[in-house]
Design a protein around this ligand. Structure first.
Ligand SMILES: [Zn+2]
Length: 286
């Protein structure tokens, strides 16, 4: 999976040979399943290698990286590490946190009751804007904040570079992991966040139209020609937005394949493939 994000053999070798190289492929796969686009993922991988080299120089074992994460972050402003992955930019701290989180996920590190991460300025600004201009309930905000923080961490803090394909890829990746209600929250949170960004000129207002709608149709209500279309798409392995909709529509993948007449096992398999299609040209389309 590492070569999905890193094309250069030289850079691949450097990452695999770093002190935490044995975890690089798994970390790249974890980032991919979380919907990370190429550039944010490359920065996270680089930060993980930086953390590994920094720890090795201080004889800190991988099993204690979580305890030393704050010390690593404190060294960043004056980082003078001699290896290829040195740097002082903010992404080193964010990427190192993601790497520690990954190691906790796979059990290399135990999950601790850590203090919550500071909320990014754009997220707190979004909350203020929602209270002032939308009169939103605090319970709704509490639901939106982690989703928006995840969106910001995945697409990067340079909001002027956001593209429609990346926005849709994030939504499809997250929606595919949850039920319809949660998927609806993801769509609404991203749409409102993009409206907030556009209102202050942080991104193009056209991006708002890139946010898909959640389909509410019952399968029995689908026209027969759409059923045939589903079957055609399944056979051709080419998922596409339903052409009768004005905008791309999120459809639960298992329901998508089930409508095509596939077996239960096939439904699960096709659904997984669909969910992992981060490099699908549809996701990257503008
Ligand atoms: Zn350093």
């Amino acid at each position: 999976m590492l070569d999905f994000y890193i094309e250069s053999d030289f850079r691949l070798g450097r990452l695999l040979q770093c002190p935490v190289g044995e975890h690089m492929n798994g970390f790249a796969g974890w980032l991919h399943s979380a919907g990370y686009q190429r550039r944010p993922a490359q920065l996270a991988l680089r930060a993980a290698a930086h953390l590994g080299h920094w720890a090795l120089a201080r004889a800190i074992p991988t099993g204690r990286l979580d305890e030393q994460l704050d010390a690593f972050v404190r060294h960043l402003p004056a980082c003078a590490c001699p290896h290829d992955f040195q740097g002082r930019a903010d992404y080193h701290a964010a990427g190192a946190r993601r790497f520690v989180e990954y190691l906790q996920t796979i059990g290399v590190l135990l999950r601790a009751c850590a203090e919550p991460e500071p909320v990014p300025t754009l997220v707190t600004g979004f909350c203020d804007w929602m209270r002032e201009h939308r009169g939103v309930a605090e319970s709704t905000l509490a639901n939106y904040v982690p989703l928006v923080a995840d969106f910001l961490a995945t697409l990067g803090e340079d909001t002027s570079t956001y593209e429609a394909g990346a926005v849709r890829a994030f939504i499809f990746a997250r929606a595919n992991q949850h039920g319809r209600r949660r998927a609806k929250s993801i769509v609404n949170a991203v749409r409102m966040f993009l409206r907030f960004l556009a209102a202050y000129g942080h991104c193009s207002a056209e991006l708002i139209a890139a946010v898909p709608r959640i389909a509410h149709w019952k399968l029995s209500a689908l026209p027969r020609y759409i059923s045939a279309l589903f079957r055609f798409l399944w056979v051709g392995h080419q998922p596409r937005a339903i052409p009768t909709a004005k905008k791309p529509v999120v459809v639960a993948p298992q329901a998508f394949w089930a409508r095509s007449g596939a077996s239960a096992a096939q439904c699960g398999q096709r659904g997984d493939e669909w969910g992992q299609a981060g490099d699908n040209s549809w996701h990257r389309s503008r």
